[in-house]
Structures are given as C-alpha cells and as structure tokens.
Design a protein around this ligand. Structure first.
Ligand SMILES: [Zn+2]
Length: 607
C-alpha cells in the first residue's frame, strides 16, 4: 500500500513540474481549479487521518507541501535549511507571586494573586503596570445594540474596571463579547490593564487570544470542559493534547515566550471592588445589585483611585511536545527591498478522527467533535450557524474529519500562490509562505512563528491569512462570488484599499463582504485564526474566508463539496493583493484606526 501510494505521489509531482515548465509563466493565471483539486484530493484524503496535530497524517501533509515547494524552487525558510520550523508546545507550571495594589484617597491595599484577585496562569513576563482607575460599567461597546459604555471616555493609559454580564439588551451570542471585554479595552481603547468580575467560570479571564493569557488551560485538577466564553485558543490548548503527551501535565500549555510582557487581564471579587468604590459616593453593593439585575449601571467617576499591578510569576517547563510549521520563501528582485517580506498563511492541520460514531440519522443536528462548546463557530444548534439546515448523513463508519475546506482549501490556496510567485514574475520584496500547524489546537504554529520568527517581524510589511475559502456560506448559491474579509482596515487603512484595488483589477471582481469584521459580530472571528498572532504584534493583516457551512468540523467536510473555481478565484485575489504590497516602495501605513467596515459595508476608505 505504502510504496505504491508514494510512487503515485512522485509520479504526480513529476507530471506537475513538467506542466510548470511547459507553461513557464506563473503569476495569477497559473492558479487553476484543476491543480487545486489535485492537491486537495491528497491533503483531504482519508490517508491523512484528518491531519490532527501530533499525528502521522499531519506529517504526511507537511512532506507533501515541502516536496512541491522544492519542485518549484521555493527556498526553504525553516530550521537549518529545511522547509520545517519545529514548534515547541510547552506544558508549564507556575508559581504565583503577582499582586494588585490599590490606592484610594491615599489609603492603600494590596491584593495578592488568589486572594481577592486572580491573574491568568500565564500572566506573561515580570513587569509593573500602573494607571488611574476608570470604571466603564459593563465594559461593552456595541453601538449597533445601543450599548456603549465607553462613550465619551478616554481610557488610554488607564486601568479599566468593569462588572456584570451585560444589560438585558445584550445581543445573542453575547458570551463571546463578554469574554472579549478585557482584550477590547486593551487593544481597541488602549487601556494598560483590565480588571473584571470573576463570574461564570472566568469571563474576561484569559480572553486575549493573542496574549499568553489565552493559552492558559484550566488547572490540571479541573474538568477540561471549556466555558462558552473561552476563545478558540484557550479551548484548543487542552484539546490539543489528545494525540500527544500528557495534556494535563503543567498548569498551562503555551508555544509563546514566557518572558513576553503582556497587558494584565485580571479578575477580582467583591472585596476588591468594595475598596475601589469606597470613596466614589456610590456603594459597590448598589452597583452590583444593578449588574445582577442586568439594569443600567450609573456612570461613576473614580477620583483619586490609582492601581499598580505587579506581574510576578515564575515558570517551569514540565513537558514539551513538538509539531512543525512548513515555511518557504521566494526572494524579491530588488536588492534593497528583498530583505523585507509579505507573509501568506494558512493552517494545514485539522481535528483528526471523530471521537464519537457519527449518527446515521441526520434528524437532529449534533454538535461536531472538536468544535468548541457553547454553540461553536456559528452558534446555536444549527450546524455551522446555518439556520434550518441539517448535516448530511455520513458514510457508515466514516470517522475521519477530512477538513477539505477547513483548512485544506487554504493549504492548497497558499501552495498555488507560492507556485505563482516561484514560477512567475518576482516582486520587489520577498514573499514568505507559512503553513501553520496546530491552529485547531489553539493557534500553536502561528503563535510560535510570531514569537520565534524565521524572518525579523519588523521586516514584515503585511500578513495575508486564508482559512476556509472553498465553499459558499451555508451552501447558498447567492454566495457564489462572495468572500468575507476580516481585519483589513484595523491596522492599516492603506492595506484595506490595496486589497480593494486588487479585487477591482481582477478579470471578474468578487463581492467583498465585511460582515465578520464588525466589532459587534458575536463570533469575534478577528481573534480566531492565525492572522491574529501577527496582528497582535502590530503587523497589518487580512483574513479571507468564505464562511461556515453545515459540514464545519465534521466528517462530511470533504473534497466533493469544494467549489474549485471559486477557490482559485480567491487565491488569485490574495496573490494579486500580496503582489501589490510586495511591489510597494513603502510598508502599508499603520494608522491603527480599528474596524470601520462592518455589515453591509463595501469599497475603499477615503483619506
Ligand atoms: Zn480553520
């Protein structure tokens, strides 16, 4: 079986390379549905076992990608002249010495970690962070839902405090929004730290998917059942252990540097908030009663309340598991600009075998294995959030989550883009391609690459990330020409406009939809795939996806359901955008204006 199969692969590679030399022109036109189908038929085949991190199937996929890169003369950009970057996934024990010191009208109180306040298990490197306290009610900014606790407030450089679980008018799927409060306070409103209530299993705790906090797993003694509020990262870190070493060894799992200083995200109990409000002219008990009743919370000015946070945790690595990113570079043509880069990325891992036998009756939608608890990406009981739809009945005995769309489509899309650059005209800057490992287990590969980059991050002009570009959202025919963009406008307005220009320049422009870029979108997709690892380092990103469908994270996400012409079309768009950025004489300007294009929006952003 094995040798015959490998012979077939080799024959295919040779045939492809002949094809390349015969055409010999590369560029966007070389991205074809036929080749994408060829590659994906292997990547999403049953032989690859669903490509779960730490499995043989993922290794086979890595070799397959690397073999093609070599064939196209893409330069290896991993460790020691190889196409592979080894990703170390560490289980870590923590000794907690952190504390929060509050000064109210000259009176001071210190709360130690575990005694009134709780730091994430991974609180990052040692540092002291100070600021004036600013109370922001529920801590939510959802203008579309008529909720804006930040209106008229400047929390920049301050320590933000919030309470409760949101008002009665919270939109559906609000758990994710509650979980994102600390991260949003820091990322969007530039607070230096955020302190929220300790409720419902830790809302607001470890919610920053790009911070080490998020990679914290539940304590070893706890049942590793994630709460709905936990983002992909926190959840997956626990799940990622299934195929490897002891997942419960260590207080948390991380691929990131342990000395990274990250803005503190802390939870606190009543005693802490009592003291905070002790001179505010408004009793905390009254505020808490309003929060418990989900009523409007009055604005309270915390005059003369300052907070000093001392992050002081010691870490011991107790185990290390290994996986690999696949990395290649096509060098730029400009002698000055070739040491700068545009990055293209996708994740080549998926979620492996189904852990429970798939039902043969599709009567009631079933929660997909490996998808997050709490309704998952898409929410509710509808598979993939596709209301009124049911899953197809799987083949009897099919236990393999093939991940043809997630993210086999992105994997072969980036292969096609790499080939187009390698065999076509060279841009001024270099272009680097990263197939990330372990995205499904908590953005492992991209977080590792962002902390241990193969090229200096300050030489990276932008990162373009692809995850699921092979289908129509909920299989709606009306979606046939639609691609969803997330994050394009957040760090660089110029990058957003370059992508709009690239699309307009296509023979047949696509419909660019910004629905998921809306900060009030309950799915918080901006933080949920590999681009976020780069965005959290300040690099402008664009995330491309065609959205969810009822086969999401299920054994029926198979090659037969992929729309290959659409996949090729989107890969051409990503290639064309990347080519524009790589030929630009400057980096796309980082004006950091945050998300502006949301649901129903389109077009460029004027200056
Ligand atoms: Zn994915």
């Amino acid at each position: 079986m094995k040798s015959r199969f490998m012979a077939a692969v080799c024959a295919a590679v040779v045939a492809l390379s002949l094809g390349v030399h015969a055409q010999g022109k590369g560029g966007a036109a070389s991205i074809t549905p036929a080749e994408l189908k060829d590659w994906l038929s292997y990547i999403a085949s049953d032989q690859l076992q669903g490509r779960q991190v730490y499995t043989e199937g993922l290794g086979l996929a890595a070799s397959y990608i690397a073999d093609h890169l070599k064939e196209w003369n893409v330069k290896p950009a991993g460790d020691d002249g190889t196409y592979f970057q080894v990703v170390k996934v560490n289980g870590v024990n923590v000794t907690r010495n952190s504390s929060v010191t509050v000064t109210v009208n000259g009176q001071t109180k210190t709360f130690k970690d575990g005694e009134g306040v709780t730091f994430p298990a991974n609180a990052g490197g040692k540092q002291t962070v100070s600021g004036q306290a600013e109370f922001v009610g529920y801590g939510l900014s959802l203008p579309e839902a008529g909720i804006d606790d930040y209106k008229g407030r400047d929390v920049s450089g301050k320590v933000v405090l919030y309470v409760g679980r949101g008002p009665k008018s919270m939109p559906a799927g609000g758990n994710r929004l509650l979980g994102a409060r600390a991260r949003n306070a820091i990322e969007l409103s530039h607070a230096v730290a955020a302190i929220g209530p300790s409720i419902g299993g830790g809302f607001g705790r470890g919610a920053g998917a790009g911070t080490p906090a998020a990679t914290a797993t539940p304590p070893a003694t706890a049942t590793p059942t994630p709460t709905a509020a936990q983002p992909a990262a926190g959840r997956g870190a626990a799940g990622g252990g299934r195929g490897g070493a002891n997942a419960t060894l260590g207080d948390f799992t991380t691929v990131q540097r342990l000395d990274n200083k990250v803005p503190p995200q802390i939870t606190a109990g009543d005693e802490f908030f009592d003291f905070i409000f002790s001179a505010a002219g408004q009793k905390y008990a009254d505020i808490k009663a309003k929060a418990d009743g989900q009523d409007a919370i009055p604005a309270v000015a915390l005059n003369n309340v300052s907070i000093t946070i001392n992050v002081d945790a010691d870490y011991t690595i107790v185990q290390t598991r290994l996986t690999r990113n696949v990395v290649g570079i096509v060098e730029g043509s400009d002698p000055k600009l070739k040491d700068t880069y545009v990055l293209f990325g996708a994740h080549y891992d998926h979620i492996g075998y189904q852990q429970t036998p798939p039902r043969q009756q599709p009567a009631s939608p079933q929660r997909p294995q490996g998808a997050e608890a709490g309704g998952g990406f898409g929410g509710g009981n509808a598979p993939g959030g596709c209301t009124g739809q049911q899953r197809d009945t799987p083949k009897a005995g099919d236990v393999i989550n093939n991940g043809a769309d997630d993210d086999g489509s992105g994997t072969v899309g980036v292969m096609a883009i790499a080939k187009a650059f390698a065999t076509g005209p060279k841009p001024k800057r270099s272009v680097m391609f990263v197939w990330h490992a372990g995205e499904e287990a908590g953005l492992l590969g991209s977080r590792y690459m962002a902390d241990y980059p193969e090229v200096p991050l300050d030489k990276v002009s932008a990162q373009l990330n692809i995850d699921m570009i092979g289908r129509n959202r909920c299989d709606e025919a009306s979606e046939a020409n639609t691609v969803y963009l997330v994050g394009s406008d957040r760090i660089s307005t110029e990058l957003h406009n370059l992508n709009e220009d690239a699309n307009a320049a296509l023979a047949a422009p696509m419909k660019l939809d910004y629905e998921f870029n809306d900060p009030a979108d309950p799915e918080s997709i901006y933080t949920r795939s590999d681009h976020y690892s780069y965005a959290s380092k300040g690099i402008p990103i664009i995330f491309y996806t065609t959205g969810l469908h009822r086969d999401y994270h299920y054994v029926t996400d198979e090659v037969g359901k992929i729309e290959f012409p659409k996949l090729a079309h989107i890969a051409q768009l990503v290639y064309t955008t990347g080519l524009k950025v790589a030929n630009l004489d400057h980096f796309p300007a980082r004006d950091n204006k945050g998300p502006r294009k949301g649901k129903g929006a389109s077009g460029k952003i004027g200056s």
